[in-house]
Design a protein around this ligand. Structure first.
Ligand SMILES: Nc1nc2c(ncn2[C@@H]2O[C@H](COP(=O)(O)O[C@H]3[C@@H](O)[C@H](n4cnc5c(=O)[nH]c(N)nc54)O[C@@H]3COP(=O)(O)O)[C@@H](O)[C@H]2O)c(=O)[nH]1
Length: 884
């Protein structure tokens, strides 16, 4: 190992700074070597530079190698001090005696080396002389060698300076290239404005920026320069130059240059003021940049920023004014951001409510919570593509707000776990309210707000299921209002609606809360009793309901009175299935109505048979009409004064194939029920008018008309057709109607009757006295005839009969009507009728109903004396009372 100089690191740094190692030989170094060899008369002289691990010869004379390893070099020791190192016999010096230079082919024995010190302690090598034979070296020689070493150091410094100058030039060149490159890339031009003569040197790019030809001289006068600038911007440019000069600060101005081809370029000029040694400004030099594109881009950016701002504002506005709320939940920190609308939806002012998972769960309606949490978990665990759920959240005021919540995970961690979920809240309370209203409407009657048929049926099914499960009994009541139609038609639909609402209210208040009352049709209601003792409670409740309904209802200035008929089916005694129970209650209702209304009836199995037989009867009637099984009998009516037959009433008979002759009381109601009374009535009209054509001209034919026919609307056409077909004079036709026609629908009936009267037909009010308010009907329509019902004539008390007949006859006569006493069977009755003022009599005393034919025609044409045969007058009646 060899010793190192004390400042080895600085030494190596200085050596490297010389940048000389490995460089080509140089004459002035070689010349020093030649001088040293000649001066000391020695064969070898070298300039050795000691590197980290080797010595390298910058110059050598008499030596054929470029260097050696450092441990073989004599110089390794020469650089340790400022003194000349002299080794007179290398073989004797332990430091170098093993060096290959000594032991090898060079066989060096003598060495003298003067260190090359660039500065104190920094010795980069040595100038040394060598010989192959041992010798001495005087101090004078040492000084001479040191002098030569100083010359080498001078050369080294020169070398360093030269290298530095070259490097500086190269750097300058590189910089210039870079500047050009930068200028090119930035499109920058250079300007240098000389203040002394107001001229400027412009680079080609700067010329281009000012719109001046690039091939012209680069020297531009101030006038030329000013002329190139947009006149509007020139004052600004001048001001900026004055300011920069006055303050000797940086110059920066943007101006426009109008272009020959149209349009304009925007130029940025930047520079600085250059002063002379006294601080006086002499030049302004700098660069010019074409900013046109940048400005356009900035303009676009500004426009797009403005658009973005606008759309952000719109979004904010939309979010603000729309009904949607937004939420953004950080799963990791358990913090949620909510929009103002989110808060407002629940009645909070923005910012009042801080939301995390716990708050959300707390706000959820208990019924909706499991579903909402399940759906959230499903989405967070990746089982659903999005979270969507409808739930209620508690409103600040205590109610509930229906929310449609939607959301989606928008960020996951590296392992795929969700980090953040964002979504919306839409207030769907209105929709939910509408939906529940629709649901309610589907099961309720809008007018009375009672359950409708559909919901009632559901309740019934539920009740049946319950009864089957736990046992017990209940009852189903079918209710039908009596006389509702009359009120509705008389007082109008609004009054009818009010009446129904009032009845609904009364029914409801009569029942228990657990009972169900429903409106199942126009004026039909149904009640389902809850609890036990079905049959006992049903009778009790039915009685109360009838009582509640029949109390007068005040409708404006009118008092309306309606009744109710009720049919009851007991559960399970009368059935354990809804269909059967409804049918059975309905049959019981039919019976209640037939029993005179405003009453109730329990279902009885026999009712089913009756219903079936009614059904069969209806079918038989239809067939009878097709087969022509009907026949008319005519009963004569006597004019009391003249004793002549003045008319005959047509009475229909049915020749049933198996039952024989069936009276009208047995089939007219069934025909009305089955809708057959209209075709049957038309047949009667045709047959009666046809028959009457064969009678004496003074004899009228009376035809019974059912209420159903009057309501049907085809009566007038049927009458006209019958008259046309038979060519019977209209005044020879008399239509008998009952009070029920007027009771059911006074206005329409009245119009129909007037139209019939318009045809010339006579109208008689039949069965007078059996209706409700006889006198008011008489005032409603000017009848031609009043027929006093048989029941008044045949009453057991003669005094009573006479009183009633007298009163009615007086009434009829007072109104200018013919008054006919019906059911006159005896001479006494005849005498009474005549005595009390009846104009006509009808009854077995005058004659039984006869089939059409010669005998009838003969009787109708008989002389007055024979019209009331005394002996036949005492015969008892076989015919029963029938309805129409
Ligand atoms: N819509 C229609 N109704 C009709 C028609 N034909 C008959 N009817 C109605 O049927 C009811 C029963 O009629 P009927 O069984 O024929 O009985 C009539 C007479 O036979 C009977 N009568 C006549 N005189 C006496 C008598 O002295 N004693 C007694 N016990 N009965 C007698 O009265 C019936 C006629 O009554 P009225 O009609 O009131 O004049 C009956 O109500 C008929 O209206 C039809 O074609 N269409």
């Amino acid at each position: 190992m060899y010793p190192l100089p004390s400042r080895e690191t600085d030494r190596l740094k200085a050596l490297r700074a010389l940048d000389i190692l490995g460089t080509a030989p140089e004459e002035h170094f070689d010349a020093v070597c030649r001088t040293a060899r000649a001066l000391f008369d020695l064969p070898v002289a070298v300039v050795s530079l000691v590197d980290e691990e080797s010595q390298w010869f910058k110059a050598r004379c008499g030596f054929d190698i470029d260097g050696t390893p450092r441990d073989a070099a004599f110089c390794t020791y020469a650089i340790l001090s400022d003194e000349v190192l002299v080794i007179e016999d290398a073989l004797q010096d332990p430091r170098v005696h093993a060096s290959p230079l000594v032991t090898g082919r060079h066989g060096i024995r003598f060495y003298a080396g003067a260190p090359l010190a660039l500065e104190p302690g920094i010795r980069v090598g040595s100038l040394c002389v060598m010989d192959t034979a041992p010798r001495s070296f005087s101090s004078e020689q040492c000084r001479q060698l040191q002098d030569l070493a100083r010359i080498v150091v001078g050369h080294l410094r020169l070398h360093e300076a030269t290298r530095q100058s070259i490097a500086a030039q190269e750097a300058l060149q590189t910089m210039a290239e870079r500047l050009h490159l930068a200028q090119d890339c930035a499109g920058a031009g250079l300007f240098d404005w000389n203040l002394a003569d107001d001229t400027a040197h412009l680079s080609p790019e700067s010329l281009r920026h000012l719109g001046l030809p690039e091939d012209r001289s680069s020297l531009v006068t101030l006038e030329e320069w000013a002329a190139a600038i947009h006149p509007d911007d020139l004052p600004k440019v001048r001001r900026e130059a004055e300011r920069a000069l006055a303050t000797c600060s940086a110059y920066r101005v943007e101006f426009r240059v109008p272009l020959r081809e149209g349009g304009e370029r925007c130029v940025l000029g930047r520079g600085r003021v250059i002063t002379d040694g006294t601080g006086k400004p002499v030049r302004i030099a700098g660069i010019s940049l074409d900013h046109t594109e940048r400005l356009r881009a900035e303009e676009k950016l500004r426009a797009s920023e403005a658009a973005l701002r606008m759309s952000e504002e719109r979004l904010a506005l939309a979010l603000d004014s729309g009904s949607d709320g937004l939420w953004d939940y950080d799963i990791v920190t358990d913090a949620a951001w909510i929009s103002d609308n989110w808060s407002r939806m629940l009645g909070y002012v923005p910012g009042e409510l801080r939301v995390d998972r716990g708050t959300w769960v707390h706000l959820l309606h208990p019924e909706d919570k499991p579903q909402a949490l399940l759906r959230m978990r499903d989405h967070l665990e990746g089982r659903t593509p999005a979270f969507e759920c409808e739930y209620r959240l508690r409103h600040r005021e205590g109610g509930w707000t229906w929310i449609l919540a939607r959301g989606r995970v928008v960020a996951h961690d590296a392992a795929g776990a969700p980090l953040r979920i964002v979504g919306t809240h839409i207030d769907i309370s209105a929709r939910k309210a509408a939906e529940s209203r629709v649901t309610w409407m589907a099961g309720h009657d809008g007018l009375t707000e009672l359950p409708n048929r559909l919901l009632f049926r559901e309740c019934l099914d539920r009740q049946l299921h319950e009864l089957e499960r736990r046992g017990g009994s209940s009852a189903l009541l079918c209710l039908d209002l009596d006389r509702f139609k009359a009120v509705n038609d008389t007082l109008g639909h609004l009054a009818g609606d009010a009446l129904l609402r009032e009845i609904a209210h009364r029914l409801k208040s009569t029942l228990r809360r657990e009972d169900v009352v429903a409106r199942v049709g126009g004026d039909e209601f149904a009640v389902l009793l809850d609890g036990n003792n079905g049959s006992e409670r049903a009778a009790l409740v039915a009685g109360r309901l009838i009582e509640a309904v029949q109390a007068p209802v005040v409708l404006g200035t009118h008092d309306a009175e309606v009744g109710v008929s009720i049919g009851i089916a007991v559960i399970p005694a009368h059935g354990d299935e809804a269909e059967a129970l409804l049918k059975h209650a309905d049959l019981a209702l039919y019976r209640a109505k037939a029993a005179g209304r405003n009453t109730f009836r329990f279902f009885e199995p026999a009712m089913e048979e009756e219903a079936e037989s009614r059904l069969r009867l209806g079918m038989d009637l239809r067939r009878a009409l097709q087969r022509g099984e009907f026949e008319l009998h005519y009963q004569p009516i006597l004019d009391v004064a003249s004793g002549t037959i003045v008319s005959a009433e047509a009475l229909v008979r049915w020749h049933h194939p198996s039952r024989g002759l069936v009276p009208p009381s047995d089939f007219i109601p069934a025909a009305e029920e089955a809708g057959l009374i209209v075709p049957l009535g038309e047949w009667v009209l045709r047959a009666a008018t046809h028959e009457a054509r064969h009678w004496p001209d003074h004899v009228r034919v009376a035809v019974n008309v059912s209420t159903v026919q009057v309501r049907h609307g085809s009566l007038i056409a049927a009458v006209r057709a019958a008259l046309d077909a038979s060519r019977l004079e209209a005044e020879r036709l008399e239509l008998e109607i009952t009070e029920s026609v007027l009771m059911a629908d006074d206005e329409r009936a009245s119009a129909v009757l007037h139209d019939l009267r318009g045809l010339g037909v006579h109208i008689a009010l039949d069965d007078f006295g059996t209706g409700y308010s006889s006198l008011s009907y008489l005032r409603q329509f000017p009848f031609d005839k009043l027929k006093i019902d048989r029941s008044f004539v045949s009453t057991s008390s003669e005094v009573e009969a006479a009183t009633i007949v007298r009163a009615v006859a007086a009434l009829g006569r007072g109104l200018g009507m013919i008054v006919t006493a019906e059911g006159v069977e005896t001479q006494e009755q005849f005498d009474m009728a005549r005595a009390e003022g009846c104009t006509e009599v009808q009854g077995y005393l005058v004659g039984h109903p006869y089939p059409a034919g010669e005998e009838l025609r003969m009787r109708l044409g008989q002389a007055p004396a024979r019209a009331v045969p005394r002996k036949r007058a005492r015969r008892s009646s076989a015919a029963g009372r029938t309805g129409r």
